[in-house]
Design a protein around this ligand. Structure first.
Ligand SMILES: NC(=O)c1ccc[n+]([C@@H]2O[C@H](COP(=O)([O-])OP(=O)(O)OC[C@H]3O[C@@H](n4cnc5c(N)ncnc54)[C@H](O)[C@@H]3O)[C@@H](O)[C@H]2O)c1
Length: 270
């Protein structure tokens, strides 16, 4: 009999919990009766999510912590606090991602890209993923058990097709996908493979999940151009990414490690 019953009372830490995907991951894991720890540097976003969750569940085991994950000391203190309170971390979901403090700088053309922006994005998308994996795996090693899930992207395995961004908007703003995004996500996938082989002896699994574009207030031009590139002719729904997170969090994926699970409607398969 296959099910996700083992997620009941599992302590699952999700970074970037206040965001589009992090919120969905939190809700889907709470439906499995997991203890969900949501971490984000956006405290109003976290409170909004907590409020939403309190309307869906009776006594949800959802706990929020504000932390800027680029701050090493704060991150170490936070994990210490979480482990002393909840005794363990069974699953770590490294989901936080940054578009830097200036969207204008984040979407800048490659020729003009500022190293300051590059480093700012890398510090969240890659450095914090390593740091959290390093700190949390120490506790997982003691328990001889754990699952670490890193959120990559199809941009980490493919070149960027800049043509789809002409006339495209998200929340009314022009968008594109910069080199730092691809580089950070490719690195996350490589890091996951390294960690998977290194941590396998302690019964800790490490995988990355690489979503394609997820529906989120994009304008019609983007949806049309993007969907044309997808064999399934549409963007992903956030629930379609969350279902893979459930699987990788549970014992049902007990023999899967070192993989990059691409969830892209076939985008990368032409
Ligand atoms: N949405 C998509 O289409 C898509 C596709 C592929 C991959 N991804 C990846 O999935 C992950 C989640 O994406 P999303 O669309 O939910 O993004 P989002 O912007 O909605 O959420 C990201 C969250 O990370 C948090 N964050 C940023 N910097 C932080 C820091 N220094 N410390 C703590 N928290 C920080 C933000 O506050 C935000 O709540 C990201 O890693 C993203 O790159 C998203």
């Amino acid at each position: 009999m296959y099910n996700y019953n083992d997620l009941k009372n599992k302590v699952i830490l999700i970074t970037g919990a206040a965001g589009l995907l992090g919120s969905e991951f939190s809700i889907s894991l709470l439906h499995q009766n997991a203890i969900v720890i949501g971490v984000d540097n956006n405290s109003s976003g976290l409170k909004k999510l907590k409020n939403k969750i309190s309307k869906i569940f009776v006594k949800p085991k959802f706990y929020i912590f504000k932390c800027n994950l680029t701050k090493e000391k704060d991150t170490k203190n936070l994990i210490k606090k979480i482990v002393s309170k909840y005794k363990k971390i069974d699953v770590l979901i490294n989901n936080a991602g940054s578009k830097s403090s200036s969207l204008k700088n984040f979407y800048e053309k490659m020729e003009n890209y500022k190293m300051k922006t590059w480093r700012e994005v890398m510090s969240v998308n890659l450095d914090s993923v390593f740091l959290l994996s390093q700190i949390v795996s120490k506790y997982m090693i003691k328990n001889k058990s754990g699952s670490i899930i890193q959120i990559g992207s199809i941009q980490g395995i493919l070149g960027n097709d800049g043509r789809i961004y002409k006339g495209s908007r998200l929340f009314g703003r022009t968008i594109s996908s910069p080199a730092v995004y691809s580089a950070s996500k490719a690195a996350v996938i490589g890091l996951s493979q390294y960690l998977a082989t290194y941590l396998a002896k302690y019964n800790i699994r490490v995988n990355s999940v690489s979503p394609g574009g997820v529906e989120n207030n994009h304008n019609k031009t983007f949806i049309k151009k993007y969907s044309y590139k997808v064999p399934m002719s549409r963007m992903a729904n956030k629930k379609e990414i969350a279902s893979v997170i459930l699987f990788l969090s549970s014992k049902e994926s007990s023999y899967i490690t070192g993989q990059n699970i691409v969830v892209d409607g076939g985008y990368s398969s032409w």
